[in-house]
Design a binder for this molecule. Sequence first.
Ligand SMILES: Cc1cc2nc3c(=O)[nH]c(=O)nc-3n(C[C@H](O)[C@H](O)[C@H](O)COP(=O)(O)OP(=O)(O)OC[C@H]3O[C@@H](n4cnc5c(N)ncnc54)[C@H](O)[C@@H]3O)c2cc1C
Length: 405
Amino acid sequence: MNEVRAGCCVVGGGPAGMMAAMLFARAGVRTVLLEKHADFLRDFRGDTIHPSTLEVMDELGLLESFLLRPHQEVTTLAGNLGDTPITVADFTHLPTRCKFVAFMPQWEFLNFLAEEAKRFPAFDLRTRARAEDLLWENGRIAGVRAATPDGPLEVRAGLTLGADGRDSIVRRLAKLDVIELGAPMDVLWLRLTKRDDDPHETFGYVRDGRIMALIDRGAYWQCAYVISKGTLDELHCRGLDEFRRQISAIVPFLADRVGEIASWDDAKLLTVRVNRLRRWYAPGLLCIGDAAHAMSPIGGVGINLAVQDAIAAANMLAAQALRGDVNARDLRAVQRRREPAARLTQSLQLFIQSRIIGKVLSSGRAPLLHRIPALVRWLPFLPRIPGRLVGLGLRPEHVLNLSVR
Ligand SMILES: Cc1cc2nc3c(=O)[nH]c(=O)nc-3n(C[C@H](O)[C@H](O)[C@H](O)COP(=O)(O)OP(=O)(O)OC[C@H]3O[C@@H](n4cnc5c(N)ncnc54)[C@H](O)[C@@H]3O)c2cc1C
């Protein structure tokens, strides 16, 4: 059995865990980050780096080098409601240096953070290390036992961060209570070739009770086809030809390439789940990101909330972790700071899920949605409100300790 001692043990190298590990290590806390995969090259898991996160990259002096990585800069999110174009969110008036969302493959973002973090001697990334159990000492979580290719590894730490996503084993082992909030939809993800003469600016399409979103990933479109929860079998029964026909009907310019969907294996199901922990912490442990609050894909805000949690955790706990003295009051303070933003964002997502998405999928029409074009004609500044909610979030965090130890 290998054993290492650290000030902080982070489980999960997603946006929350990677950002947290980098910031704790930057503050001089010896930090071990356990990631079960060998690298960050995984399936599509969201691409959106929001202006609030870009602001933090700027504060850390990393923005210029970060923006050298392949990305697209999107200043407005637009949609097509039938044949009517609508602007859903406008980021151009945000009080931030970057007035756009950077669409960047998540592995680029994570690789970038990992490379930057490796410059801090206190940062210790262990890939192919799967957390399997919690270590307990005197009624307190004192680290994690992980399986690695070299055998079991025990990481003993004064603070453990559960950043292992919506299927978090850490929160399960710590017996933290999950409140399920529900979602009326699931999402099928697929790729279709992008051509030079395709329209670029449109993101969401709603037509005849069907919804699709398209994310520009350079050579191809990452497509999200929204279905009513639990109806995948029905879709399969209707057959692949009918699925291809539906996609062509919603987004007509894709009709010439829907044949690229060769089998149902090309359309991967994301089961949408919205939930949050009643208590994000236990003695010695704090959950952040999706492990604390799994978000609906609406607004594409999961990555940014995860990053904001990580910044708050580092701001509020690094000094105590350095002293080896993190107590329950400190952990509760992080939940108190971050929970209102997560709860309010989930409430907005639930409202949109039930008042718009659920209604479009069940009856083909959501009165609220169909009023938007007229409202925007009347009040052209309206898209700035979702622009602010999505781009900045409800409680943007800033890195407080900018000096590196
Ligand atoms: C298909 C899809 C599309 C999405 N689109 C968007 C989008 O456009 N914009 C957006 O903001 N959000 C999007 N999301 C949500 C977003 O991916 C999450 O909200 C965000 O990644 C949460 O970050 P996290 O670090 O908390 O968790 P995760 O990103 O889930 O990271 C958890 C990490 O923990 C690791 N891990 C898990 N268990 C263990 C273990 N036992 N031991 C060690 N490591 C472990 C995992 O391998 C993973 O790297 C999408 C999600 C999916 C699935």
